[in-house]
Write a protein that binds this ligand. Sequence first.
Ligand code: FUB
Ligand code: ZN
Length: 647
Amino acid sequence: MPSSHRAREAKAARMQRYVPADHSRVSFDGGFWQSWTETVRRVTIPSQHNRLEEEGFLEVLDFDKPAGPLARPIQPSGLSMQHFFDSDFGKWIEAASYTLKAHPDAVIEAKIDDIVEKLENGQMADGYLNSWFIRREPEKRWTNLRDLHEMYSMGHLLEGAVAYFEATGKRRFLDVMIRAVDHIIDTFGPEPGKLRGYDAHEEIELALIKLYRVSGDERHLKLATYFVDERGQMPSYYDEEARQRGENPADYVYQTYAYSQAHMPVREQSQVVGHAVRAMYLFSAMADLVYENDDAELKTVCDRLFDNLTGRQLYVTGGLGPSASNEGFTREYDLPNETAYAETCAAVALGFWSHRMAQTDLDSKFTDKLEMVLFNGALSGISRDGEHYFYENVLESHGQNRRWKWHYCPCCPTNIARFITSLGQYFYSASDDALAVHLYGENTAELTVGDAFVRLKQETRYPWDGDIALTMSLQQTNRFTLQLRIPGWCREAKITINDEVVDLTAAVTKGYAAINRDWRNGDEIRINFSMPVDRLYAHPAVSEDSGRVALQRGPVVYCIEETDVGGEPQRLRLPADAQIVPRFDADLLGGAVVLDAEAMQSQADDWDGRLYRTAPPVLAPKRITAVPYHLWANRSAGAMLVWLQEK
Ligand code: FUB
Ligand code: ZN
């Protein structure tokens, strides 16, 4: 067992916290996730390395040569995307390492070793590690935490190093990054003589906690705690730092430190603001600190922010951060569809946060959101062929949106890759006397609950239907509580154990059915979540969705694509009483349930060139088919709509 799992299990035993499953011991040997996980392992991971090479990213690691021309120009903020190329290596290594753990691959490992060798070669004697500053402007290191992503990049390298160590047992990369962290510890903190700074793009915080779980070194946890609590303290470090650079702090491009959640101390924050990915990484670290420090006050803050996000600022797909200008949040209930920014990274990171929240508070309100992003707003970020991507996940298009092979700022591809390659950890977690099943989908998992070894097999076509058979294999009879998530979207659930019905009214607390008993080898749990097609309506304050309806079945949100209706879906109206019939289409991109309905379409052929007239458009019946949102833009380019007009 990797040391991080041992450390967390020891802690969980003291604190009654859950420990996520080891992802490499959850195999998706059939069902919905099999082809996704296989595609990401076989296609996405190698092709992303090819892209890093072709696009000249890896060149920045040639520390022995003079720096070449800039691959990405400097923006008005002073930042070039090239400032944080290291983060792409880190995330790619992390995603690749997750696959290596269960599927060793000498070619991928050699590519990682090559990057590690170059990083080690470039690392400065004092441990500092950042390809931009070492090669281009070493004298400017640590002079602009507000804009230039030094610790963001190191954080991603650190996550990659931890994952690579856990996958292979090789320490070289981990040791390089521990030296880099030692340097950060020497440089930052509340102690006299150190800088009281923190990076404006959160990431290092959660990476340090991952490191702590491997190293057991309290300094790593202390530094993460310091960075979180120092954030937003006044007077602002960023003001002082700007003055030191000879700049006027008032000239800050983004105008407010809310952009980086640094406008007030985090414990005082109650509204989710600013850049969406930054916010999600910060809150993920905060949830980790709740776990590690048993910090009840921080838990209240996390709850408050989670409720604000999910109650007022989240797209129905799990997308978040509507605005391109700050890559983030605007005002509450501002959820435009066609201009939705809803960055893939942000949805993935909401998955990280939701999952972490559930480890100290088993409440389906968290894991419902994990499932929501997984099947919708995060999964839409990668194509079915595994090598095309969306950065922005709009909910409406007139046909202008295309998946791309690589992005100018390619943060999203490696993020969705690391999410999918470590998927198993999100399905289950265990405490010393309970096993929680958070997600459903065909897989076989090897888990430990206290001293018991449990093999759990899920047989199901989920999310295409709501029948799930769980079979428990145990070496001996063991007593523990099985916690089964009852999804928030489900209004009628039924569970039997060896054909005996479980009384769910008595068993369910916070969306989990707790079944405490002596479990025996071969015990069979059968679950049925009824899965009718639901019409969803948005809160009246979401003016964009007024008079509109979205379709959802189980956890899957649907959309209408031009290719299926022979015209722009914006001209369709779905009658309030229209029957919506699910149908499995085996030929659609590997097979998916689609929804058929009789709708109405406004006719354009009797307008005689006019733009306006006094008579409303004529409506004619039109048969429509809706497809899962995550599958959109995988066939021909065209218009798309999630929120349909309802008649
Ligand atoms: O700034 C680093 C990453 O690039 C952010 O997380 C993304 O939003 C993109 O701007
Ligand atoms: Zn991104």
